[in-house]
Design a protein around this ligand. Structure first.
Ligand code: ZN
Length: 342
C-alpha cells in the first residue's frame, strides 16, 4: 500500500526541466548542484543543432561557427548523472545555419536545401528529401551510440514558415506522391494558389513522417521522445507542424509548448485552449520564458507562471533557458512551490 501511495505521489509530482544552450553555463558541478537544489529533474542540453553536433562527429565536419565542445557535453552528463537529473538531448532539426560552410555549400549544390517561394535558397535542409532524413537519423543514431541519455527532444520539427519549400525535389516528390500534376510551379502550390491547400497537407505529412522515423530511432533505445512546439496550433500547421496529430497518434511521449509570455494572464488565456486540443491526460509540459532577457520576467513573475501552468493542467514546466537570470529565479520558484505544497 505504501508503495502504491508513493507511486501515485511520484506520478502526480510536477516535473521541472531546463533547456541549455551549448557551452552554458560553464561550471557544471556548480550548475547541476543549483539545479538539483531547485528541484529541477531534467535538463535539455543542445547536443545537436541541425547537422552540427556539440561533440566531434564521424559523419559531418566540425563547424568553425559552432565549434564542438566535448568537455561541456561530458560534464553535463557526468554532473547531472551524479545528482539524478535526467538528460534529454535537445535536437534542432533541419536548421543548418551553424553548419560547416563547405558542407552547406555542397548540400546547396546537391539541391538538398530549402528554396523559398521567392526562389531563395535557405540554410535549412529540405525535410522532404529522403537523403536529408537519412542524415539527421544517422546523426541521432551516432549521438545515441556515444552517450547514455534519458530522452531526446526534437525541436524545429517544421518548415521555417509558410513560404517553403519549393525546391526541385519537392516539386518532383509532391507530384509523384500525390499523383497530382502542377501546372505552374510554384505559384499553383503557393499558400494562395489553386493547389495550395493540397500542398499544405502534403508538407504536414512529410514533417510527420520524418518525426515518426526519428522517434522510432530513439525509442529502439527504450528512451523517451518529446517535441518542442509552436504555441499557436494554426501557426504551427502553417509551418507543417501538426502537434495535435502527433499526440493523438502517439509518435511522441511528451509535448513541450513554447509558451514564452511576459505575464501570467497571457499564459492563463492561452494554455486551456492548447490542452483542450490534446488527448486527455497527454503528457504536456508548459515551456516558460523565465530566462529570456528580452521578456524581462522577474523571479516572482516566473514563480507565478509556474503556478498558472500547473493550475492550467500541464504536467510540469520547462524553463528557457539556463542563464544567470534563471539561476536567480529557480530558488524563488522553489520557495513558492514549497509554500504551496505545505
Ligand atoms: Zn524541398
Amino acid at each position: 500500500m505504501i508503495q502504491l501511495v508513493l507511486a501515485i505521489l511520484a506520478i502526480s509530482e510536477p516535473i521541472q526541466g531546463v533547456w541549455v544552450a551549448k557551452g552554458y553555463p560553464g561550471d557544471w558541478e556548480e550548475a547541476a548542484s543549483a539545479l538539483q537544489n531547485a528541484g529541477v529533474d531534467h535538463v535539455l542540453p543542445c547536443f545537436l543543432y541541425g547537422i552540427t553536433p556539440a561533440y566531434l562527429s564521424g559523419i559531418v565536419p566540425e563547424s568553425g561557427d559552432f565549434a564542438a565542445d566535448p568537455e561541456w557535453v561530458e560534464s553535463v552528463l557526468t554532473e547531472c548523472g551524479l545528482r539524478g537529473i535526467e538528460v534529454h538531448a535537445w535536437v534542432v532539426l533541419w536548421k543548418s545555419t551553424n553548419a560547416d560552410s563547405s558542407l552547406l555549400d555542397s548540400l546547396a549544390r546537391a539541391g538538398r536545401l530549402q528554396v523559398s517561394l521567392e526562389g531563395d535558397t535557405l540554410p535549412w535542409l529540405c525535410p522532404t528529401d529522403p537523403a536529408n532524413l537519412d542524415l539527421e537519423t544517422a546523426l541521432v543514431e551516432e549521438m545515441l551510440e556515444r552517450f547514455h541519455l534519458d530522452g531526446v527532444q526534437f525541436d524545429y520539427i517544421r518548415f521555417p514558415n509558410g513560404n517553403t519549400c519549393y525546391c526541385e525535389g519537392c516539386r518532383a516528390r509532391f507530384q509523384e506522391q500525390t499523383g497530382l500534376a502542377v501546372g505552374t510551379w510554384p505559384s499553383d502550390v503557393s499558400p494562395t494558389g489553386c493547389q495550395g491547400d493540397r500542398f499544405a497537407v502534403w508538407r504536414v505529412g512529410r514533417i510527420t513522417h520524418a518525426l515518426a522515423v526519428l522517434s522510432e530511432t530513439v525509442r529502439t533505445r527504450g528512451i523517451q521522445v518529446s517535441a518542442a512546439v509552436l504555441p499557436d496550433y494554426r501557426d504551427a500547421l502553417g509551418c507543417g507542424q501538426d502537434w495535435v496529430d502527433w499526440s493523438r497518434s502517439g509518435i511522441v511521449d511528451r509535448i513541450y509548448l513554447m509558451n514564452y509570455f511576459r505575464t501570467t494572464p497571457e499564459l492563463e488565456e492561452t494554455l486551456p485552449g492548447q490542452i483542450s486540443l490534446l488527448p486527455r491526460g497527454f503528457f504536456t509540459i508548459c515551456g516558460l520564458g523565465s530566462g529570456i532577457g528580452s521578456l524581462g520576467i522577474s523571479s516572482v513573475e516566473a514563480a507565478s507562471q509556474v503556478e498558472a501552468a500547473l493550475r492550467g493542467g500541464a504536467r510540469g514546466v520547462c524553463h528557457f533557458h539556463l542563464n544567470g537570470t534563471l539561476l536567480q529565479a529557480l530558488p524563488v520558484i522553489q520557495g513558492h512551490r514549497s509554500g504551496r505544497v505545505q
